[in-house]
Design a binder for this molecule. Structure first.
Ligand code: DLL
Length: 430
């Protein structure tokens, strides 16, 4: 069950040599980006200073804010006419982060997805229903082309219309599904309501948001699948960065393609195996948009070598984020975005509280907002107009439906130090 056995099981000196060669190429490629020329020169790092893999520590980190500063094409190392596709990430105030791909990048990316899917035992004989967004989100097209590369029969069903999704699974004899774990749970409930049996299903690939072991058991029982965790982020192509193997004890991250560090998010120091910290990745095979020491913001740890499947070292499931980004139904949301929206609406104040719950296994976000004193007449008609306006503005900015509760001026907590505006209660319910 290997797509590229030699590369997937490469270890020791041979792997390090490959990584070092690719790291040097990546640094060379990064010098075609104005940001990186300045970044390295300010840190007094020359290309020839990187002689070993551990020299990477000389290079300063790249943060999401840096990418946002380069909007839209500031991070491209190739001319735009060599870029054959663009994706963007959600979850930024104002402008999104743009990710560009050359033809070669798309080929590399689909190859990585093919590795992952082959690792969990799916083949060209499988029928694959891809139930994620096919737009700017990388999950749709990313998996689509990886699955086609394997030769699977691909159903690009995208999201929505759950009953129809269930009918397609039955009618087309779907064996493998991909969606967020939250949506998978919803799918299982609708299938139960419809008394639909989904006997053809074998494999469930779930990712793009954190999920627990409890959720895995529940999904496996309800859908009759073996469930695998899939991790990735747009800046590193998208999905396919790390994936569980049949052992389902940690995720294999592809070391020929991604140089991994785990750091203490506060001090930036590298941590040892088994110590939880922030995942920092230097992609080694990206052409259009090379990145150096990219801080993913995701919290995990490096696991010891020795997986029974003989592939390389794994990382643990992602347990959270070092910054305040929320992932709600696969969409990234920063509390600062909410603040940004509220500030533009004169009828409400800028105090707010966000509650995130898991209702019927789907993430639900509720935003409590104070009415501006000037508009606070207590009349219901007026309030409902304001409430609808806030819902719409949030929907436009976040691409997410939220519940908005208007509360009296002055009733929300004020903070003297760092504000805690988000109460994430999802952990309590799964
Ligand atoms: O979510 C790419 C993806 C698509 C991964 C489909 C898996 C499946 P972004 O929209 O850029 O990319 O969001 C990336 O989502 O930094 C994590 O915080 C979170 N995330 C992604 N996968 C997992 C996972 C895609 N398996 C951000 N477990 C990342 C926990 C995840 N969090």
């Amino acid at each position: 069950m290997f797509w590229d056995k030699k590369t997937e099981t490469m270890k020791g000196e041979q792997l390090q040599e490959l990584q070092l060669r690719r790291l040097k190429q990546t640094i060379h490629q990064s010098q075609k980006v104005g940001f990186y020329r300045q970044h390295l020169s300010e840190a007094h790092v020359r290309q020839e200073d990187i002689r070993t893999l551990s020299d990477i520590e000389k290079i300063p980190f790249t943060r999401k804010q840096d990418l946002m500063g380069g909007y839209p094409f500031g991070f491209l190392a190739v001319p735009l006419n060599n870029v054959v596709r663009i994706h963007t990430t959600s979850g930024t105030t104002g402008k999104p982060t743009v990710v560009g791909y050359t033809k070669k990048d798309l080929d590399t990316w689909s190859d990585l997805i093919a590795r992952n899917m082959t690792m969990v035992g799916v083949t060209k004989d499988d029928v694959f229903q891809n139930m994620v967004n096919y737009g700017m989100f990388t999950g749709g097209l990313g998996f689509h082309y990886g699955a086609e590369k394997i030769g699977m029969t691909v159903i690009p069903s995208a999201t929505g219309n759950t009953k129809r999704q269930i009918e397609m699974i039955k009618d087309f004899g779907v064996t493998t599904i991909h969606c967020t774990p939250g949506y998978a749970m919803h799918l299982s409930e609708v299938a139960e309501e419809m008394h639909a049996s989904l006997d053809s299903l074998k494999t469930g690939i779930f990712g793009a948001e954190p999920w627990s072991e409890t959720m895995r058991h529940s999904l496996e029982e309800r859908l009759g699948v073996t469930a695998y965790d899939s991790y990735g982020l747009s800046e590193l192509f998208g999905p396919g960065v790390a994936f569980e193997c049949p052992e389902r004890d940690g995720l294999h991250i592809w070391h020929d393609a991604y140089l991994v560090e785990i750091i203490n998010p506060k001090t930036g120091e590298q941590l040892s195996d088994g110590e939880r910290g922030e995942l920092v990745v230097t992609p080694l095979v990206k052409e259009a948009m090379p990145l150096l020491r990219y801080r993913t913001g995701d919290i995990t740890m490096a696991m010891e070598d020795g997986c029974l499947c003989t592939r390389g070292r794994k990382i643990a499931r992602i347990t959270g984020r070092s910054d305040d980004m929320l992932v709600i139904r696969g969409i990234n949301v920063f509390p600062s975005q909410i603040e940004h929206v509220l500030l533009k609406i004169p009828e409400v104040g800028n105090q707010f509280m966000v509650y995130v719950d898991r209702v019927n296994h789907l993430d639900e976000m509720t935003v409590d907002v104070e009415i501006n004193r000037d508009y606070f007449s207590g009349e219901l008609f007026d309030l409902s107009r304001i409430q609808k306006k806030v819902v719409k503005e949030l929907m436009d900015a976040l691409e997410l439906r939220t519940t908005v509760r208007l509360v009296e001026p002055g009733s929300l907590p004020r903070f003297e130090g760092k504000a805690k505006r988000v109460i994430d209660r999802r952990g309590d319910t799964i």
